[in-house]
Design a protein around this ligand. Structure first.
Ligand SMILES: Cc1ncc(COP(=O)(O)O)c(C=O)c1O
Length: 450
């Protein structure tokens, strides 16, 4: 029987285990060994793949690369990437603090996000990061006040909202640019804000930033947005009366998960960008990527807990599900399609039967696949959801149903490290208070507080 999702599955398997071994290996270690040691469900990331992808992008595009922490706010993952020169794109104070702890120098950190608080603006300004990208006139005024309070010139970028793409280009799957979006400012407003920065003694314009959207498969679309940024940069420079030292072209490079998904032509993006930047080599050029750097480096391991065989339908109930990996359950997608999922003992087998793969939650949404072609499953079998290194746990409803969060593991040079402790059942009560006035009963000895 044909596999439901052959192309991306094979592509991701090749990235994970170029040696084509019979059982799934992650960073050279059998997945079964990792699952036995760290328990399931768990996320596993391969450090060598993280480094390889960061270097590939930097080399091919000839620009500075930032890691968009929202894709995977893991200290260890961020530190591995920082170790090969990757900076950080942060979107909250939590991410800023994490990037600093992971060892990313402030000069390689940039902050974008439409609703930054005064505390976030202040902390970013105090840390002296490379650029705080403002997304509205009011935010610029708030940052001006922060600069005045701190008595320093704050490095500010303007986030440009990309306009309509030229005809023929395939837009990203989740579009963020466009007049109907909440992000950034229009070209004319960017020009206006550049004039205001020019008049301010507390701000210094250092960058123009743009981000078209995530899952961009078409190099022409991505380069089209780059053209808009370059064109706006010239106008902004005229308004500011000074050269912009930096352009941040955003991220959004696609990773294929679903049958029929192609691949982004990274070489074409690199050639196009180099050509466009060749006239202005003094400008610092930056991209900020999440998914492309980390998704192929990660898998979510989950075990079959029970199986049921009803009529012709086989159902496998797993120990993991949408509370850890909402994207794999299709949340946020217009069309629910199965992620690439393989059996760890036999990832490439063609002897398959069709299974529904369901998690332990009491909702029908908790289904990782309706019709996955896998070898006949039995309790205890280990499954690997591929392409899970980005927008995995961070995109999930981990509070739902009060199950513990999974462990995270990093494999590097054949060694496996626990990089996030697994949660425990009492985590669901963390921070909750039960005022004495509301307690129905005094705590009973068989029901103690955690
Ligand atoms: C401003 C910004 N930069 C970068 C990214 C990373 O996008 P991707 O993971 O598609 O590369 C995002 C994702 O939402 C974003 O909002």
């Amino acid at each position: 029987m044909p596999r439901v999702n052959p192309e991306p599955t094979e592509r991701l398997l090749r990235i994970l285990d170029a040696d084509h071994r019979a059982a799934l290996h992650l960073g050279g270690v059998p997945a079964a060994e990792l699952a036995a040691r760290f328990g399931t469900p768990c996320y596993v990331y391969d450090a060598a793949i993280l480094r390889q992808r960061a270097r590939l992008v930097a080399r091919t595009l000839g620009v500075e690369v930032l890691f968009a922490l929202k894709a995977n706010p893991s200290l260890a993952v961020t530190a591995v990437l920082a170790g090969c020169g990757t900076g950080a794109d942060v979107s909250s104070l939590g991410e800023l603090l994490l990037a600093r702890r992971a060892g990313v120098p402030p000069a390689r950190i940039q902050f974008a996000g439409p609703g930054k608080t005064t505390e976030e603006l202040t902390s970013a300004a105090e840390a002296g990061i490379a650029a705080i990208h403002v997304e509205s006139a009011q935010e610029l005024a708030a940052l001006e006040q922060v600069g005045s309070r701190l008595g320093r010139r704050v490095s500010v970028g303007l986030r440009l909202r990309p306009g309509t793409l030229a005809g023929g280009a395939e837009p990203p799957r989740l579009r963020i640019g466009g007049a109907d979006q909440k992000f950034g400012v229009s070209r004319s407003e960017a020009i206006d804000l550049a004039r205001r920065v020019r008049e301010s003694t507390n701000l210094q314009l250092v960058a123009l930033h743009g981000y078209l959207g995530t899952q961009c498969f078409d190099a022409r679309a991505w380069l089209g947005a780059a053209d808009q940024l370059l064109d706006a940069a010239d106008a902004v420079e005229r308004a500011a009366g000074a050269e912009l030292p930096m352009l941040n072209f955003g991220g959004g490079f696609a990773v294929g998960y679903f049958a029929g998904d192609g691949e982004l032509d990274l070489t074409a993006v690199g050639a196009g960008l180099r050509e466009r930047l060749s006239g202005r080599p003094q400008r610092r050029a930056v991209v900020e990527l999440g998914r492309y750097l980390t998704a192929p480096a990660g898998v979510y391991l989950t075990r079959v807990r029970y199986t049921k065989h009803e009529d012709s339908r086989r159902v496998a109930i797993l120990d993991g599900g949408m509370h850890h990996h909402a994207a794999a359950a299709g949340l946020g997608a217009v069309l629910r399609r199965p992620f690439p999922i393989v059996a760890a003992h036999s990832p490439r087998t063609t002897e398959t039967v069709r299974h529904a793969l369901c998690g332990p939650l009491c909702t029908p949404l908790d289904e990782l696949a309706a019709e996955a072609e896998l070898p006949e499953l039995a309790p205890g079998d280990l499954l690997a959801v591929l392409g899970s290194g980005a927008y995995g746990m961070t995109f999930s409803h981990t509070m739902f149903s009060s199950h513990p969060t999974p462990a995270e593991v990093l494999v590097d040079g054949g060694q496996a490290f626990l990089i996030r402790e697994p949660g425990c059942p009492t985590d669901a009560q963390r921070g909750q208070l039960l005022p004495a006035e509301l307690a129905a009963d005094a705590p009973r000895v068989d029901n103690p507080a955690p």
